[in-house]
Design a protein around this ligand. Structure first.
Ligand SMILES: *[C@@H]1O[C@H](CO)[C@@H](O)[C@H](O)[C@H]1NC(C)=O
Ligand SMILES: *[C@@H]1O[C@H](CO)[C@@H](O)[C@H](O)[C@H]1NC(C)=O
Ligand SMILES: *[C@@H]1O[C@H](CO)[C@@H](O)[C@H](O)[C@H]1NC(C)=O
Ligand SMILES: *[C@@H]1O[C@H](CO)[C@@H](O)[C@H](O)[C@H]1NC(C)=O
Ligand SMILES: *[C@@H]1O[C@H](CO)[C@@H](O)[C@H](O)[C@H]1NC(C)=O
Ligand SMILES: *[C@@H]1O[C@H](CO)[C@@H](O)[C@H](O)[C@H]1NC(C)=O
Ligand SMILES: *[C@@H]1O[C@H](CO)[C@@H](O)[C@H](O)[C@H]1NC(C)=O
Ligand SMILES: *[C@@H]1O[C@H](CO)[C@@H](O)[C@H](O)[C@H]1NC(C)=O
Ligand SMILES: *[C@@H]1O[C@H](CO)[C@@H](O)[C@H](O)[C@H]1NC(C)=O
Ligand SMILES: *[C@@H]1O[C@H](CO)[C@@H](O)[C@H](O)[C@H]1NC(C)=O
Length: 798
């Protein structure tokens, strides 16, 4: 864990070369080292599912210990047992554990007898020493309770593990021979078939194990093949061979396993044993590739040259790859405590673990465009994570967008979700549309906007045969009836015929984004899509009530399902809320996805003002929002809720947004291992924290950030594309957060009354100064101060 004994009052990290602006800040604290403020273990238990191991920014190789407890991201601090060490993971995802292919495992076998080694997962699983965990960007270490210490680091496409064996041994004095096994499995045990061969001469100094396997993506269709190339070094090889179930032998040297009777899952793999005792750690260099075993070996040899693998050098390289990623941001803490700072810097780190850069590793087509994977899923990422990268790493965000477009060009569809090079399941709308348009309104560079337009029109107009993995379903009804009907009749394509309400809402926003792009590119189709952007209103049932625990909530008007014939169906407005049980694609599929009618009532990002008037005006709207957030109906651990925190901005009460934000941070997003309210989803929970603490929260797809006071005295961000530095600074800041209401604001020294601002703030490097007080004020409350909304005062919205 972190030792938290740093100067706290004045803390500044700097920034590219912005010396001219540096005088605005107190001088940089010379001893500031961002790495001391990053705790990769945040979100490592209680459902955060964060990847805690070693990775480069957006790196393909992700080395970690895998456990038999909460192992979706590999490791967890839940105190469960370690089952192996593997080189591929995803971060923060839900559902089935992802990747974790070809885990290796070190052990000392009693009496030095192969028959006494533990091969299958259940047999070999071993507890770790709780206080032995060391996690830093690019480095992870843990000690098993039997004294074997493992530590690891990575390059882009390879991982380097070290296993340090205690010399006290377990059998013949000190002469026990360290054994390393490799298991032909993944975390989910989804292997369909696999091949392995050991290529080691006895007495040689190194042992190589190579192979491949076919596995299932953890939330998607089809299968994928992964190849590996493992080199072991650090002693003289004693023997090697294969194992199956709990038996092993030195013959044969290769093996092919498949699914047998009743799809029986054979546990099998290879092993190499070194002559004991060894006084050095055994090193294990694991190269991986989606292309071929040869490429896996080449990746490893190129990135981690042998024969003596430079572990420490690799750790340093990994740190140096991470360091510039934090440089665009600096904060002046104003005395805010260490735990808030750790939460902040660690969140930045978590936004760049996934998606992964698989350029050069695409097994499906050749292209000169970047190839990124683990958009897991766009539904989770478009709202805050990708908008955050747009600010802090726009160069990479442009590559992500180009990668989405390259997938469109070669697969015919933008992805809605992807992992392990496979197509993932669609959750709601075609949300890559929103990502492309967000990039457009924020002027990201190097993107073919005509191609983007074509790709989004394809989503809007053409129904794929399988809209469970791409595009949209129900397009006949969407075009004819202007909503997605409950129990739709759709013979054009197939998908899970649920979520009619949330799909109607999401398709409306997708079409709004399309209209924005069409207008920008001068296409006259924009009026058609603008009209479809209003389809959400067709599912608003004005007299629908919500009775909770037998008591009328007092709020009327909710979205409800509607049949093809125009008759209303019914879904209890609290269904799918935390009060009533979770709804996903497979568990309890409903007309809303992973959230209730209560929550989806606020999901009209382009026309909140219309929602406010439908619900009876600002006062009723605010009372409803308040009830929603305080009754247990809001699910702060899932993405659809995020925007609801900032909705008071549209009702002329920006102070209430600030107040709500403080009710969730740090109480639900903090620096403890269990400090996330839900799956981090590749950095979505992280980005909610970041935008909120920055005091600027996006409404992605629109050039809009809502303003609240930052949680630190000041924050500066340097834009990679322009090298200009934007600063948002609080005046009258207090670290107890009593003064959280903006009284007045100045933009570049001029009075500023709007309660929102555009992305130019970042690209032009503007300075926003907020004077704070402990009561709400008139600031940002007038009609002309509110963020744009399609049907009210909203000329800027398109
Ligand atoms: C290790 O931590 C886990 C989870 O917090 C706990 O259940 C377990 O008791 C701890 N083990 C020891 C030896 O303290
Ligand atoms: C070897 O040492 C480790 C700690 O260094 C200890 O946990 C383990 O029990 C010891 N094993 C034996 C057989 O003494
Ligand atoms: C391995 O499994 C995959 C997926 O089931 C299948 O397509 C492939 O043919 C199998 N390979 C072999 C060599 O059996
Ligand atoms: C996996 O390895 C085996 C053995 O080398 C080889 O026959 C097979 O073609 C490989 N499979 C794939 C998909 O590359
Ligand atoms: C840090 O400050 C926050 C906000 O004031 C507070 O909620 C939290 O309890 C503090 N944490 C510690 C460890 O003092
Ligand atoms: C994007 O570029 C246009 C044209 O140069 C400019 O008017 C607009 O302000 C820019 N938007 C942003 C967010 O930088
Ligand atoms: C419309 O369809 C639903 C579902 O089939 C049915 O229950 C309802 O009675 C129909 N309404 C009318 C007016 O036919
Ligand atoms: C409904 O009742 C349950 C159990 O009694 C309680 O936990 C919950 O807070 C109540 N919900 C509302 C919105 O009053
Ligand atoms: C930290 O966040 C977690 C997850 O939301 C929450 O359960 C816990 O109570 C929070 N801890 C503190 C000290 O606020
Ligand atoms: C920004 O600074 C970098 C590094 O100094 C330089 O390479 C780049 O050309 C600059 N870009 C602009 C737009 O000034």
């Amino acid at each position: 864990m972190l030792a938290l004994s740093f100067p706290t009052i004045l803390l500044l990290v700097h920034c590219y070369a912005i010396l001219s602006q540096a005088s605005e800040f107190a001088k940089r604290a010379d001893d500031f080292d961002v790495f001391e403020w990053i705790d990769p273990l945040i979100g490592s238990k209680s459902g955060g599912n964060v990847f805690t191991g070693a990775t480069l920014p957006y790196g393909m190789a992700k080395a970690a210990a895998d456990v038999d407890g909460e192992n979706t991201g590999g490791f967890s601090t839940d105190g469960s047992r370690i089952t192996g060490f593997s080189a591929m993971h995803d971060s923060g995802t839900g559902g089935n554990p992802s990747l974790g292919n070809f885990p290796i495992f070190p052990q000392l076998c009693p009496e030095d007898d192969l028959n006494n080694c533990k091969f299958p997962i259940g047999a070999r699983a071993t507890h770790y020493k709780n206080d032995s965990i060391q996690a830093k960007p690019g480095y992870f270490a843990v000690t098993l309770e039997n004294g074997i210490k493992a530590d690891m680091t990575v390059s882009e496409h390879a991982a380097l593990f070290r296993f340090d064996f205690p010399t006290n041994g377990t059998g013949n004095g000190n002469s026990v021979s360290p054994l390393i096994t490799l298991d032909l499995t993944d975390l989910w045990q989804s292997r369909q078939n696999a091949s392995i061969s050991v290529d080691v001469a006895e007495e040689s100094e190194t042992g190589r194990i190579r192979g491949n396997g076919t596995f299932l993506p953890s939330f998607g269709a089809g299968s994928y093949v992964m190849h590996f190339c493992l080199d072991l070094a650090g002693g003289k090889v004693k023997d090697s061979g294969m194992w199956a179930n709990d038996r092993a032998g030195t013959e044969p040297k290769e093996l092919y396993v498949t699914r047998g009777f009743n799809l029986f899952y054979l546990q099998a793999g290879g092993f190499v044993r070194f002559q004991g005792p060894v006084d050095n750690p055994i090193s294990a260099r694991m190269g991986i590739s989606f292309i071929s075993t040869d490429q896996a070996c080449q990746n490893a040899e190129r990135e981690i040259p042998g024969p003596d693998f430079d572990f420490d050098g690799l750790v340093t390289k990994a740190r140096e790859a991470w360091r510039p990623k934090f440089e665009p941001i600096s904060i002046e803490t104003g005395g805010v405590n260490d735990s808030m700072q750790v939460s902040f810097w660690s969140a930045i780190y978590r936004t760049m673990i996934s998606p992964q850069d698989y350029t050069g590793e695409n097994p499906h087509w050749e292209s000169s465009e970047p190839y990124f994977d683990s958009f897991y899923c766009v539904w989770d990422m478009w709202r805050v994570q990708l908008p955050f990268l747009t600010i802090i790493d726009p160069t990479v965000q442009s590559k992500l967008v180009r990668s989405l477009l390259d997938i469109y060009q070669h697969r015919g569809w933008l992805p809605d979700c992807s992992m392990s090079t496979s197509k993932g399941w669609t959750q709601g709308g075609s949300d890559a549309d929103n990502v492309l348009v967000d990039a457009y309104v924020k002027n990201l560079t190097g993107i073919d906007w005509e191609l983007a337009y074509e790709a989004i029109v394809n989503d809007a107009e053409n129904e794929p045969l399988q809209w469970s993995i791409e595009g949209r379903g129900g397009l006949m009804s969407w075009k004819r009836l202007n909503y997605i009907p409950y129990l739709d009749y759709d013979y054009l394509g197939f998908g899970t015929n649920s979520r009619s309400i949330s799909r109607t809402l999401e398709y409306s926003y997708n079409d709004f984004c399309l209209a924005t792009l069409a207008k920008g590119l001068g296409k006259d189709t924009y009026t058609k899509y603008l009209s479809r952007a209003g389809n959400w209103q067709n599912l608003f049932k004005v007299d629908q009530e919500s009775i909770i625990n037998g008591t009328d909530s007092g709020f009327t008007g909710f979205f409800q399902p509607k049949y093809l014939n125009g008759t209303w169906g019914y879904q209890d407005p609290i269904a799918c809320s935390p009060l009533a049980g979770f709804c996903s694609l497979t568990s309890n599929p409903s007309e809303t996805f992973e959230s209730s009618c209560w929550e989806y009532m606020f999901f009209v990002p382009h026309d909140i003002r219309r929602v406010i008037s439908l619900l009876g005006g600002p006062e009723t709207f605010l009372r409803r929002l308040d009830f929603f957030h305080t009754s247990g109906l809001a699910d702060i651990g899932n993405e659809p809720v995020f925007l609801t925190v900032y909705m008071p901005h549209y009702a002329g009460r920006p102070g209430l947004s600030a107040k709500r934000a403080h009710s969730y941070i740090p109480s639900r997003f903090n620096s403890s291992h269990a400090g996330l309210p839900g799956n981090d989803d590749s950095g979505a929970m992280a980005s909610f924290t970041l935008f909120t603490c920055m005091g600027l929260f996006p409404n992605p797809g629109q050039n809009v950030y809502f303003i609240i006071p930052p949680f630190f005295e000041a924050i500066s961000i340097t834009n990679q594309l322009t090298n200009k530095t934007a600063t948002i600074r609080n005046v009258n800041f207090d670290k107890e957060y009593k003064n959280i209401y903006v009284q007045s604001a100045k933009l570049n020294g001029e009075p500023y009354t709007k309660n929102w601002i555009g992305h130019e703030f970042f690209t032009e490097g503007w300075t926003l100064e907020l004077v704070l007080g402990d009561k709400e004020s008139e600031w940002g409350t007038r009609e002309e101060d509110l963020p744009p909304s399609l049907s009210a005062g909203g000329t800027e919205v398109l």
